[in-house]
Design a protein around this ligand. Structure first.
Ligand SMILES: Cc1cc2nc3c(=O)[nH]c(=O)nc-3n(C[C@H](O)[C@H](O)[C@H](O)COP(=O)(O)OP(=O)(O)OC[C@H]3O[C@@H](n4cnc5c(N)ncnc54)[C@H](O)[C@@H]3O)c2cc1C
Length: 488
């Protein structure tokens, strides 16, 4: 929505010079056509940064942060830019710190099930690296082939398998990050518990507003002996959501429990036909069980009973690893598949109590009718983490504004159901104006006081999370010296 542009363009020469001296000519971009790609992430927001830097280690990050602090320039951490809330966008201009070169797996301790990684390690690379020893990193966002551990930490990312295993914060034991004065904070570490405040926990989900993460100590989990992947289709969405609650009520917590509605299934069928997902039913549940055969047999039988009680039309179990992989490829490609049926989509990320899914989906259908905007639903049903995908055509006049208004109504429905504005994508610059739906002024003020401890001048990722954040104009008033240079 907000198409903020940098108000900082005249200082580019001074800034570029300082950054180049600090980390080398090859690792600094300031030309508008070079930095243009970094004006975007996976959301509908965009804003041009003044510079993009590619540090190779913590020392480089410290040098860049010191320059930002000295010149009063905003500084924004960036992993792969797959974020869906505008988190990595330079809302007020400034320096984007890309961690793409900080992608080393520094240490793996299989006996204690820990790994030390740099912030730019790609999520799926860590699991690939540890697979041959029978371990993996459990949080598995659908974007895991691209997104980074640093981005996952900053957004407290989830994924299909976080139903059983927990989200990112449950797998991060320690975070090293750089504060505004260029110093390093080591929060937590390899030990299970640390006295004092849980700063690593605080950093998880802080969306780049407390510092730049450079390293993390993460947990590794054993790859399960066996998995069983089940699919069931339903004629009514209400039947599938009742089955979700029924499975949990039967005492079974699957590793993953995902729902896709008919619009999503149609898009996936066009994009990944090999996934062979049904397209003739209102909803499909994709469920995965983990364990040993002796556990899986009775769990599968109990789930089949729940499916039967709720009128499942078809129940399938993946016959082999290939079929399982294709089912997951279909599910994890769902967002991208929207491109087959719509020029643009805008994804929401409401999280609601699981038992309210049926009612909330019905209300979202009403919102869709009211705004005359098609909404597809593909989501982490076990967690009650909805992803309504609002389909639109950005070329139509006013379409984006209307879709954003529609998105706010969707979030209102989630908030009214006792839910939250984000289950995993974060608030970023996209939803900060909605924070009042779930927090009072006092709540927001306390959170901002906490932010001030680490980020007293609001230079780390300004314009994010809080509706009352210091405006970009105020942030720019802090800038020193650099604004005097002519534009290159
Ligand atoms: C197709 C698709 C599917 C997705 N599926 C899921 C899903 O299943 N679950 C889920 O949780 N998300 C999902 N996402 C959203 C996104 O992938 C996650 O939010 C992911 O954690 C972002 O990682 P990133 O490396 O791309 O971070 P970016 O987008 O680059 O940044 C995200 C936020 O992290 C901050 N940040 C990044 N690196 C650092 C750092 N080193 N220090 C401080 N702050 C930093 C940025 O400032 C920003 O606020 C999906 C996105 C897409 C496009």
């Amino acid at each position: 929505m907000a198409t903020a542009t940098s108000t900082f363009s005249v200082g580019r020469i001074a800034l570029a010079g300082a950054l180049r001296r600090a980390i080398g000519d090859d690792w600094v971009m300031t030309e508008p056509d070079e930095v243009a790609i970094y004006a975007y992430d996976g959301s509908v927001e965009h804003a041009l940064p003044d510079a993009v830097v590619f540090p190779q280690d913590t020392a480089d990050v410290q040098a860049v942060v010191r320059i930002a602090h000295e010149l009063g320039v905003p500084i924004i951490g960036r992993g792969a830019g797959t974020g869906l809330s505008g988190g990595a966008i330079a809302a007020c201009g400034g320096i984007v710190v890309s961690t793409s070169r900080m992608n080393r797996i520094l240490e793996v301790d299989y006996r204690n099930q820990r790994a030390v990684v740099e912030a730019g390690v790609v999520n799926a690379d860590l699991s690939a690296h540890t697979a041959c020893y029978g371990f993996h990193y459990a949080p598995d966002p659908s974007s895991q082939a691209a997104c980074t551990i640093g981005g996952n930490i900053a957004t407290n990312a989830g994924g299909p398998h976080t139903l059983l295993h927990g989200v990112t914060t449950n797998h991060v034991l320690g975070v090293e990050f750089v504060t505004l004065d260029g110093r390093i904070v080591t929060a937590g570490g390899a030990a299970l518990d640390h006295p004092g405040y849980d700063l690593a926990g605080l950093f998880c989900g802080s969306e780049g507003t407390l510092g730049i993460a450079t390293k993390a100590v993460v947990r590794l989990v054993r790859t399960p002996a066996q998995v069983r992947t089940m699919l069931a289709s339903f004629a009514e969405v209400a039947q599938s959501s009742a089955a979700v609650s029924g499975i949990i009520a039967a005492g079974i917590v699957p590793a993953a429990m995902e729902m896709m509605d008919q619009i999503s299934l149609e898009a996936i069928a066009q994009y990944v036909p090999a996934a062979n997902l049904p397209t003739d039913k209102a909803a499909v549940l994709l469920i995965e069980l983990e364990g040993v055969a002796a556990e899986l047999e009775p769990q599968e039988a109990a789930i089949r009973r729940v499916f039967a009680e709720h009128g499942a039309a078809e129940v399938r179990v993946a016959a082999d690893a290939r079929e399982r992989a294709l089912l997951w490829l279909g599910r994890k490609s769902a967002f991208g598949a929207m491109g087959r049926i719509s020029p643009n989509y805008y994804v929401q990320d409401g999280v609601i109590p699981r038992t309210t899914i049926t009612g909330v989906l019905a209300q979202i259908a009403d919102v869709s009718d009211f705004f005359n905007i098609t909404i597809a639903n593909v989501f982490h049903a076990g967690d009650g983490n909805l992803h309504p995908l609002l389909l639109f055509d950005d070329r139509e006049n006013g379409a984006l504004d209307r879709v954003i208004e529609c998105g706010t109504s969707v979030l209102q429905v989630c908030a009214d159901a006792g839910g939250m504005l984000s289950g995993e994508h974060g608030i970023g610059m996209e939803k900060h104006h909605n924070m009042g739906l779930v927090f009072c002024d006092h709540d927001l003020e306390r959170m901002q006081l906490l932010r001030q401890v680490f980020n007293p001048r609001n230079l780390f990722n300004p314009g994010k999370i809080f509706p009352t954040a210091v405006s970009c104009a105020e942030v720019n008033n802090l800038r020193r010296g650099v604004t005097a240079d002519p534009h290159p």
